[in-house]
Design a protein around this ligand. Structure first.
Ligand code: C2O
Ligand code: CU
Length: 490
């Protein structure tokens, strides 16, 4: 007892002896803290919404002056047949009798006029995914237009504002109509395209088929709804089981990939072939990066720049998917012939893509919580008694919100479920600024971002396109079961 007290006294007197030192140390710490926090204040001044808007200025145009050239085409959606498996006719719904539908190509500045006719047994519309169209051309029934009835026509006309890889698909009973084969691509070319030896589009799709090679006609099954939507058992690229691109050694290829699947997510890469990603969701990246590390969720596009090695004659490069446990072969490049000189030019990047460093310090303007619930008062009906909700609402019930036009806006997707949700916002491009609260800097814009189970993803945008735009999960079964909301830009 006594001993212990003595020890304590000793300690006390030691502390007393060190008081001057402690005072100095405290003073240093306090001064340091003041300096630290004031320099942080200086950063805070830089990290302002206004500063982010000025950093964004020039990243993409607000509007485009049409060049006067009108690209006019007729397009009909109808029932038909295609041959996916040798010797089998598969019944599909298609645009102009092919799956994928037409590869529509316009030059930046051209106006597209699409005379569309619905010959389907159902209502439909066309949505141009990723294209900043005038709101009335966005193709969303009940939001931007009335559904087009069987036998009726509608003219879609607009001047795309951005060059890049886009696609189009119905926005009525989308999970059924896309699965049956209704989708096509819209390529908006700029001057860079001609520089490549070849400019190719690969539309990746998966189908759920029956043993007799027909589209399995139960859509939005309880299984699909409770899980990650309808994953198929047949994979096609450009409607083929074995798509092959023939190239010569030395060629430089622009390859545009689109995921038109209802729900399947891919992690695509080439075996033994280096490729750089030059564009994501249509828009050029700020810095190229390796192909093979970015998921291709439903709705996403990735453009890659590939140089075929000079000594590659006779080689085969396989495009494989590694998202799931098993590697899946999707398509391949076959090299043959005399080597050609490789076109030399810089990667077509967009140096104006903002970094938005520190953007995750800005308050979140709007949170969207993603979840599922049992439908009340219903048994196991077509929707399996499940609905997918955003902020506890299932569309057509939704939580309205307004983004401030031309200002810096932020939103958070909080996935409260154990399922995948590739979230797609119409009419705008955004940048991911944080995942699970950790700042990230992706050197590109997107229009669709995959949110993993229980993850939160923060994004920022400066909306330049006014109107009412939907914001939904691109797993089409989830959207069909309510996971859709709408945001106004004004
Ligand atoms: Cu491809 Cu509403 O989307
Ligand atoms: Cu979803």
């Amino acid at each position: 007892m006594k001993n212990k007290n003595a020890k304590q006294n000793m300690k006390f007197s030691k502390i007393q002896k060190h008081i001057p030192v402690i005072i100095i140390a405290c003073a240093v710490l306090i001064t340091g803290a003041i300096l630290f926090f004031s320099s942080d204040d200086v950063d805070k001044v830089k990290v302002s919404r206004e500063a982010f808007v000025s950093e964004f200025t020039g990243a993409y145009v607000e509007d485009i002056e049409p060049n006067g050239n009108i690209v006019e085409m007729d397009m009909t959606a109808s029932e038909g047949e295609v041959e996916i498996f040798d010797g089998y006719k598969t019944k599909v719904w298609s645009y102009n009798d092919t799956v994928p539908g037409p590869e529509v190509r316009v030059k930046l500045g051209d106006t597209l006029r699409l005379n569309f006719t619905n010959d389907l047994p159902q209502e439909t519309t066309i949505h141009f995914h990723g294209v900043r169209v005038p709101n009335a051309m966005d193709g969303v029934p009940g939001v931007t237009q009335d559904p087009i009835k069987p036998g009726e026509s509608f003219v879609y006309e607009f001047t795309p504002k951005d060059a890049g890889t886009f696609w189009f698909h119905p926005h009525v009973r989308t999970s059924e109509q896309v699965e049956r084969g209704l989708f096509g691509t819209l390529i908006v070319e700029d001057d860079v395209d001609q520089k490549y030896s070849q400019d190719i589009v690969w539309v990746i799709d998966d189908w759920r088929m029956t043993e007799d090679r027909q589209v399995y006609e139960e859509f939005n099954t309880p299984m699909d709804l409770m899980h990650d939507g309808r994953w198929g058992n047949v994979m096609t690229v450009n409607g083929k089981l074995n798509e092959v691109l023939d190239v010569k050694p030395g060629e430089r290829i622009r390859l545009r990939m689109v995921n038109a699947s209802n729900a399947r997510i891919y992690m695509p890469s080439f075996k033994n072939l280096n490729a750089k990603i030059i564009a994501v969701d249509g828009m050029y990246v700020k810095e190229v990066f390796d192909f093979g590390e970015l998921e291709l969720s439903p709705g996403n596009r990735i453009d890659i720049d590939i140089t075929i090695p000079q000594d590659a004659d006779g080689q085969v490069f396989e495009l494989v998917d590694n998202f799931g446990r098993e590697e899946i072969k999707l398509a391949r490049i076959e090299v043959a012939g005399q080597a050609v000189a490789t076109p030399e030019f810089n990667f077509p990047v967009n140096s104006e893509v903002p970094d938005w460093t520190g953007a995750s310090d800005i308050e979140i303007d709007k949170e969207y919580r993603l979840n599922a619930r049992r439908k009340t008062g219903e048994g196991m009906g077509m929707m399996g008694g499940i609905e997918w909700t955003i902020n506890d609402k299932a569309y057509p019930d939704y939580d309205p919100y307004t983004f401030k036009y031309a200002e810096f806006n932020t939103m958070r997707f909080t996935n409260e479920s154990v399922r995948l949700h590739p979230m797609h916002l119409h009419g705008q491009f955004f940048k991911v600024i944080a995942r699970d609260g950790v700042p990230v800097s992706e050197p590109y814009f997107r229009d669709t971002v995959l949110v993993y189970p229980n993850q939160s993803v923060d994004v920022a945008l400066v909306p330049l396109d006014k109107g009412l735009w939907v914001n939904h999960c691109h797993i089409l079964e989830h959207a069909a079961a309510g996971m859709l909301t709408a945001v106004e830009v004004k």
